[in-house]
Design a protein around this ligand. Structure first.
Ligand SMILES: Cc1cc2nc3c(=O)[nH]c(=O)nc-3n(C[C@H](O)[C@H](O)[C@H](O)COP(=O)(O)OP(=O)(O)OC[C@H]3O[C@@H](n4cnc5c(N)ncnc54)[C@H](O)[C@@H]3O)c2cc1C
Length: 427
């Protein structure tokens, strides 16, 4: 690899978690190397499109002014879709707590910040193994080359093959992850503003459930960037492989060709197409221990992501876990070395941070979502009720009558009550 034979810290992966860890560590004066298998930082990174900014602002100096932000999200839509229609909840605001972005550009920017702070970024290098000696991590192995480091930060993303080799996690099962496929469609700034009712600096985040994914558990999304739109679907892999009669790519094509998207995206050209896995199992996917002698695990590799059904938080959690991993390395260093015991402060830092608090607080959402019926039942109930309310001839129903009529034959009120109770219950 032509590098110094020894670093203080080796970071595997230049995604949000790895780049944040490297940036923070380099600024603290550690000699850091980041190993990324992609041709450039960001080249392997794909996501939906919206990032919550506050954690990133805490990590990166000058974030708001320098980061490749496409638009600040000012308009949110959550839609329940069936063949018969769509019921949407819309929220508009002047807030600026989240923005749309390309993850490839954002990761590349984070890595460039780490590099400016002094980290060495090595691309086109796949780490094959974490190098272990006497039960402790002492570096990495890549293509037969060894690179030594006092501590290794594993930020390899959702596939977590290194963690699997180290027997920290079991192989991924379809129940653990969702498959996302995404189109980036160039429409031009003016058309986006006109068709989605936005000003140039305003973004839209749109989440859809129901017919949008052929009723498969998961959801569809549309985010507006400056001159393009990101349209995609995320489907729980267990359902995608077992129950689906059609390929998920075809489901996305159908969504694009359906109303209202066919009109909103008319004349757009496909400029990017991609697919990626994402953690979906909530706390169940978090390894029992995220640290050991000489290593720490951050980001998707650690299962740190929440899907709330109307929004996804992965990038901010990954980045902040990388930042906390860097703080843990510093603390362990001051305690005299990178033993498992000294690095255990990482767990405390994660538990004290918004990351684990949010994962625990919202764990029931995940439990409700794995009961696949919600993605078919509630879109039909809501659209059915709306149809009763708005499409009458002479006698208009009362609101509750419309809901009751729509529930009839679909499910009992007890079923709805049980779902609400699941959602309201604490972790
Ligand atoms: C379809 C989809 C939609 C999503 N939507 C959103 C969203 O809207 N908002 C949001 O916040 N989050 C979203 N997420 C989640 C978000 O993308 C992730 O949580 C986040 O990217 C995790 O960052 P990470 O650094 O842990 O992993 P990654 O971004 O996956 O980065 C891991 C890096 O490690 C590298 N790597 C892996 N193995 C090796 C190896 N052996 N050697 C060297 N390099 C290696 C990879 O090439 C990659 O660059 C979405 C995810 C998907 C798939």
């Amino acid at each position: 690899m032509g590098l110094p034979a020894k670093f203080d810290v080796a970071v595997v992966g230049a995604g949000p978690a790895g780049a944040s860890a490297a940036y923070t560590l380099a600024r603290k004066g550690f000699k850091v190397v980041v190993l990324e298998r992609g041709r450039a930082p960001g080249s392997k990174n794909l996501f939906g499109g919206r990032v919550y900014s506050r954690p990133l602002e805490r990590i990166f100096e000058g974030f708001r002014n320098e980061a490749p932000i496409e638009r600040w999200v000012k308009r949110e839509i959550l839609s329940f879709m069936t063949e018969d229609g769509m019921v949407s909840v819309e929220y508009t605001s002047n807030g600026s707590t989240s923005f749309t972005a390309y993850l490839s550009k954002l990761s590349a920017w984070m890595a460039s910040k780490a590099e400016s702070a002094g980290a060495v970024i090595v691309t086109d290098v796949r780490v094959d193994d974490v190098l272990m000696e006497n039960g402790r991590a002492v570096g990495i192995v890549s293509g037969g080359d060894r690179l030594y480091a006092d501590v290794v930060v594993i930020a390899e993303g959702v596939n977590r093959l290194l963690c699997e080799k180290m027997n920290i996690v079991t192989p991924l099962s379809p129940e653990d992850v969702a498959l996302g496929v995404k189109h980036v469609i160039r429409l031009g700034t003016d058309k986006i503003n006109e068709r989605f009712g936005l000003d140039s600096d305003e973004g839209l985040a749109w989440f859809l459930v129901g017919k949008a994914t052929d009723y498969m558990p998961g959801g569809a999304f549309l985010y507006t960037n400056s001159a393009t739109v990101s349209l995609g679907i995320v489907v729980f892999l267990s359902h995608a492989v077992r129950e689906v009669k059609r390929h998920v790519y075809d489901v996305l094509e159908d969504l694009r060709a359906s109303l209202p998207f066919v009109r909103l995206l008319e004349g757009g050209s496909l400029v990017e197409y991609g697919a990626h896995l994402t953690p979906e199992a909530g706390l169940r996917m978090v390894p029992r221990k995220l640290y050991g002698d000489g290593f720490l695990i951050a980001g998707d590799a650690a299962g740190l992501l929440i899907n709330l059904g109307y929004t996804v938080r992965g990038v901010d959690m990954a980045a902040f876990s990388g930042y906390l991993a860097a703080e843990a390395v510093e603390e362990a260093h001051s305690l005299g070395g990178y033993t498992s015991q000294n690095l255990s402060c990482y767990e405390r830092k994660l538990n004290d941070s918004f990351i684990m608090k949010e994962m625990k607080r919202h764990s029931m959402v995940q439990k409700l979502m794995v009961k696949g019926h919600v993605f078919e039942l509630y879109p039909h109930v809501l659209v059915g009720a709306a149809k009763r309310l708005f499409e009458f001839e002479e006698t208009s129903p009362k609101l509750l009558e419309a809901v009751n009529d729509s529930l009839k034959g679909r499910c009992s009120r007890l079923r709805v009550l049980l779902d609400v109770v699941t959602l309201m219950r604490g972790p």
